[in-house]
Structure formats: C-alpha cells, structure tokens
Design a protein around this ligand. Structure first.
Ligand code: ZN
Ligand code: ZN
Length: 386
C-alpha cells in the first residue's frame, strides 16, 4: 500500500501551499497570516469544526469519521525562525530577517494534505483532531495548547508528529520505541568581582579568572559525575566580559546548554553546577550565582504507538525504508509536551541531501510532502478502520 494516489495527485497543490507559507514566514505566537491561511484551507476542504485562537494563533480542527471511535491527534508546527534567508529560491522569504529554516512550512503542508484527503474520504471511525501549533522554536506552543486543555477538551486519545530530516535518506521514516529527542535546559552564571587596573590585579577581585575556573570545572560534570553510558551534553556556549586590555572588569556572564534524557541526570547537573559555581566563587574570592532554567522535556515515544507508526510508515514507503529503532538525537522538540499528555509517536522523515535545519540556505524538500500526508492519513485509517 504505497503513497495514497489521490494525495500523490495533490503534489502540485501542496507545493503551492508550501511555497506560499515559505514566502510568508512568521515567528513564535505571532502567526496571523499563517493561521489565517491554514484556517482558510480547512474551510475550503469542507471541515466544519475549526477552533482558532488556541495558544494565541494555534488551530484545532475536527474531522468526523463514520461511526463511534476515539479521537486521534495529528500535529504540525507552523512557526519560522529569525534568520535572513540565503537560499536563492524563487519562493524565498519576502520578510527580511525571517525564514522557514526548519521546514515547519512543510509540516503544515503535510497536515493540510492529510486534512484534505481525510475530509473528502472519511474512511475511518471516530474523529481526527488536527493540531496546528505556534511557537515550536522557543515559546513552547505545544505546552501552551496542552495547558489550555486541548487534550481533554477534544478528547484526544493519541498523538503523532513528523519532522523532516535533511541528510537522512529521502522518503525514509525513522522512529524509536522510547526516547527520541533530548530535554534542553539553559544555565546562566553571573560573576561579580571588583574591577580595576590591568597592571594592579592585587587591588581587584578578577571575574575573568573566576570565569575560566568555572568553565574548566564544569567540564568534570560529564567526565567525573556522570555514568559513561548515559547521554549527557553540557556545553558552555557564551562568556561575556571585559572592554580593554588594561582593564580588569567587575563582572562576567556565562551561559550554556544542557541536553539530557533522564530527569535524575537533569537534577544531578543542576546540583553540581550550583556547587561548582559556589565553590569556584569562594576559591577566587568573587560572588557568583547560577540560575538553571528547564526547557522542553525529552521527547519520549510510547513503545506500542511507535511500533504502530513504523508499521503504518512501512505501508506507505515499504518496510525497507523504515527504521523503527533509530538512534536518539540531542536536539529538542516541544511535541514532547503532547507526548507527556497522551501516548503517541514522533517520527523523522528523511529529506535527502541539502543544507541542515536552521541554515540560511535550507529549503523544505517538497517531494516528501505527499509521504508525510499519506502517513498521517493512514495512521487514522489503520487505527480506526470502518
Ligand atoms: Zn527548528
Ligand atoms: Zn523544527
């Protein structure tokens, strides 16, 4: 059972939607044109129940099947990134400083394609909840939708989401029966010493040397405090201080990212960071504080739903083109909040060779859109056949 024929025939239409979305990127929760476009298409498809303004600009639309059954949630993210596009394509961003560099224009298109097909055919029992979310790229739009009660209000039983994956084999699906993407946390360290003349350090409390000490010492969290076979990244990514060669500054600021899969590891890193910062501050005779900010949790698939999703993907692209137990990624994804609320699965859809996500030359590969749309449609038809 390959790509659904009527969806394959929709390819030029889907390409046009996707390229319109690409030309009109919007950020975070501020998606008036994008959400307006999506709602307009859903109305065109004859979908009657469309709820706009969820999580500000998110949309939940319900497609009724034939007969009683549970509700399946299918999710797409709609937001772009604050990047100046350099793709050179004819449909490039028309808004300076904003671009669809993560392919959410493609994800929105795939879900619209599935919506059109499902609304026309209704070859399933129960209902489909189409979840179009804002603010995946920071802001946690999925979290806001869950907190606004979307799962209970629409009685959603399970959820599925797809992300395109450049440099994974084009048209192949990848998923995992458990954790698939990491949790992302941020740490902020403020150091306050006493500034002075670069030639007279004895009159100062140098925050630069303290920053170097802290930067070195936190490397031991991964190498000395953490079990070697578990996943953990601690990256110090920013150090800001100083103005001139002959001035010892009064303060320094450090920031970095932590990627984990296990909440116990998160707790350990937070505890050790604070201990190290306090200890190093004492040893260098400066004041220092560490603020640890938890971001998106790990994206954890339900094992059964992931196996089901892999079988559905195999129906669409053939078993040889599905990897049901792919490796974990240290990136993060706010679909994790939906997966905390309901069982489901997140999949990568290979986009073939090209610039990576968040690169200014990236452009979504339109050739894979019918595959993603067919997957979404088959999930519903397979889970809840007539
Ligand atoms: Zn992204
Ligand atoms: Zn993305």
């Amino acid at each position: 059972m390959p790509v659904i024929n009527s969806i394959a025939a929709m390819e030029p239409e889907m390409r046009a939607w996707r390229q319109w979305l690409h030309r009109n990127p919007e950020l975070q929760f501020d998606l008036p044109k994008t959400a307006g476009f999506v709602a307009g298409k859903l109305r065109e498809f004859g979908i009657e129940e469309i709820h706009e303004g969820i999580a500000e600009t998110g949309i939940v639309a319900i497609i009724e099947g034939q007969g009683e059954g549970p509700t399946i949630g299918l999710r797409a993210d709609m937001d772009a990134l604050p990047i100046e596009e350099a793709s050179g394509v004819a449909h490039a961003s028309e808004t300076p400083g904003k671009m669809h560099a993560c392919g959410h224009d493609g994800h929105t298109t795939m879900l619209l394609g599935a919506a059109k097909y499902l609304a026309e055919t209704r070859n399933f029992k129960g209902r489909v909840a189409l979840l179009f979310q804002p603010a995946e790229e920071g802001g946690g739009g999925a979290d806001v939708m869950v907190k606004e009660g979307v799962m209970d209000r629409f009685d959603i039983a399970e959820v599925y989401g797809i992300h395109n994956a450049p440099n994974f084999a084009e048209g192949e699906f990848f998923t995992a029966p458990g954790p698939i993407m990491a949790a992302v946390d941020t740490f902020h360290i403020d150091i306050t010493g006493r500034g002075g003349h670069g030639a007279m350090p004895h009159d100062t409390k140098d925050p630069v040397v303290a920053a170097l000490g802290i930067g070195q010492a936190i490397q031991t969290i991964v190498s000395r405090n953490h079990y070697a076979l578990d996943e953990l990244v601690v990256s110090l990514t920013q150090i800001h201080t100083g103005t001139a060669d002959n001035i010892i500054p009064g303060t320094a600021y450090l920031e970095g990212t932590v990627r984990t899969f296990d909440p116990k590891v998160q707790d350990m890193v937070e505890r050790r960071l604070k201990q190290i910062v306090a200890g190093q501050a004492a040893s260098y005779d400066v004041e220092a504080t560490c603020r640890y900010e938890r971001g998106y949790p790990a994206t954890v698939n339900d094992a059964e739903k992931a196996a089901f999703a892999a079988r559905v993907a195999a129906d669409v692209v053939g078993e040889a083109h599905v990897t049901p137990e792919t490796g974990k990624e240290m990136g993060a994804e706010d679909f994790s909040y939906m997966l905390q609320a309901r069982p489901g699965a997140y999949l990568f859809l290979g986009a073939g060779e090209g610039p990576v996500l968040h690169h200014p030359e990236y452009d979504f590969n339109d050739a894979i859109a019918p595959l993603g749309a067919s997957f979404f449609a088959r999930v519903v038809e397979t889970a809840q056949p007539l």
